[in-house]
Design a protein around this ligand. Structure first.
Ligand code: BES
Ligand code: MN
Ligand code: ZN
Length: 460
């Protein structure tokens, strides 16, 4: 069942089983208002109105008559509705108008039904929701489809998601929206994109830089750059097995950028969009770049490689330098860039960096409203000194183990000069422990917030 079938256009003539909120405070009253058998049923099942607790109350024929949805004692987390699509038996349902955040609940319902079924069949959700009348159905489906694209790309292991396959996905998206993508590949990168080449050259699957533009060239320029490291072994500074096991997700920045681009194009936002993805595999091989190598970047800055496991910032730097040439109004990059970001904020709260306070406040607010939380961190110039190199213009890492997400952001920012605003997202791209609406595995982070932010900044 696709989202179009799972979320029916609302219509007064359609019958559907109501899902009603039951708070701890109203538990007694709500239960009393049920039919005698319903009252017994809820007692027998020990329904307590805990947040997200679901009880299907049957009619005399045993068919779902109503669904009680616990809202607890405090404000309801609307993503708890993600449990509904997995729990409810086949049938048609509608959310009661008494719920406060119908939009987020509807989205969570769709996102909670996600399963990555490329390699085995998953138990598909059979519950169908009538779209609440207040909710923009087209927009919710657009967002759900973008999240699915992002999750699918991240969940696909590197043997089926190499630089070529990431290119195929990028090309498929560009072509769907009638624009011509291009790729610079292998040895052709050596001259113009030396750091993308250096990081990707040890793999038998050649590196490339993917590039497409969409939209009216007179509209404000928004450029998205996504880290597309299809697998990160760490290179010669090889990762231990527990650090490598999840590294198929190191193209999470690219996957998120593609999801966001799909929403922007589908909604026809009045922007001139550009998408740039350095797609590489950070492999171990006799031709691998080495710690202490000095690379000459596209921008001209010489970069001493402090650690070959800090590969993301190298490939992004060359892509950012290209993006910067056309002076975009917003230059946004997304990357699974540092373990330090996860140490600081955990897997669910990605840090982002931007110099402009108003933009930072808007993005934070959009994140809250979209249930896509983000936390601003500083481009703290005082730490720039940590990037000093004795023999090159800059080192690639801060060293010393201090402020690793900040020094990585500062490194990237060296390659951006002309863009009006550079916004950097250090995402995790993964849900390690399933939560309602967020199944285990690849995750979209920041793009629902950004879609909201861009939609309101560039209203038609
Ligand atoms: N892809 C990793 C960062 C990462 C690791 C993100 C685990 C999410 C989970 C990145 O390429 C990396 O290895 N970064 C190093 C940088 C260090 C060598 C300066 C890190 O964070 O340890
Ligand atoms: Mn790495
Ligand atoms: Zn990496």
């Amino acid at each position: 069942m696709n989202f179009d079938q799972q979320l029916l256009a609302s219509s007064k003539t359609r019958t559907a089983c109501p899902i009603v909120p039951v708070s701890k405070a109203n538990l007694g009253k709500n239960i009393k208002s049920l039919s005698p058998s319903g009252r017994q049923w809820s007692k027998a099942n020990g329904f307590q109105a805990k947040p997200g607790e679901i009880l299907v109350v049957p009619d005399v024929d045993g068919k779902p008559d109503m669904v009680l949805f616990g809202t607890g004692a405090d404000d309801l987390d609307p993503f708890l509705a993600g449990k509904l699509s997995q729990t409810l038996p086949a049938g048609r349902y509608r959310l009661s108008n008494e719920f406060e955040q119908l939009e987020a609940m509807t989205l969570a319902f769709l996102l909670g039904g996600y399963g990555f079924d490329r390699y085995k069949t998953m138990v598909a959700s059979k519950a169908i929701l009538l779209c609440p009348e207040q909710v923009d159905r087209t927009d919710i489906i657009r967002i759900a489809q973008a999240v699915k694209l992002t999750r699918d790309l991240i969940n696909t292991p590197a043997n089926d998601m190499g630089p070529q396959e990431l290119q195929d996905a990028t090309y498929a998206l560009a072509k769907r929206y009638k624009v011509k993508p291009r790729a610079i590949k292998g040895a052709a990168l050596e001259k113009g994109f030396p750091m993308i080449h250096a990081v990707g050259r040890a793999s038998s699957r050649p590196p490339r830089l993917l590039d497409f533009s969409w939209g009216n060239s007179g509209h404000p320029k928004v450029t998205l750059v996504g880290k597309g490291v299809v697998f990160d072994t760490g290179g010669l500074d090889i990762k231990p097995s527990n650090g490598m096991i999840l590294m198929k997700k190191d193209m999470g920045g690219a996957a998120n950028v593609l999801g966001l681009a799909q929403m922007i194009m589908d909604a026809k936002l009045p922007v001139r969009l550009r998408v740039l993805i350095p797609a590489v595999e950070n492999s171990v091989g006799s031709d691998a770049f080495r710690p202490s190598d000095v690379l000459k970047s596209r921008k001209g800055l010489t970069v001493e490689v402090g650690n070959t496991d800090a590969e993301g910032r190298l490939v992004l730097a060359d892509a950012l330098a290209l993006a910067d040439d056309e002076k975009p109004e917003l230059l946004i990059d997304m990357a699974t860039l540092t373990g330090a970001a996860r140490v600081a904020l955990g897997p669910d709260l990605p840090p982002f960096y931007v110099d402009d306070d108003d933009i930072a406040a808007d993005i934070t607010e959009c994140g809250t409203r979209a249930c896509d939380p983000l936390w601003r961190m500083p481009y703290w110039r005082g730490y720039e000194a940590m990037l000093a190199s004795k023999i090159a213009d800059t080192n690639s890492i801060g060293g010393g183990g201090f402020g690793g997400s900040i020094t990585a952001a500062l490194f990237l920012n060296k390659f951006v000069e002309k863009a009006t605003h550079h916004i950097h997202f250090d995402i995790y791209g993964w849900t390690p422990t399933a939560k309602p609406g967020k199944p285990y595995g690849g995750e979209a982070q920041g793009i629902r917030a950004l879609y909201r932010f861009l939609s309101q900044r560039y209203q038609k």
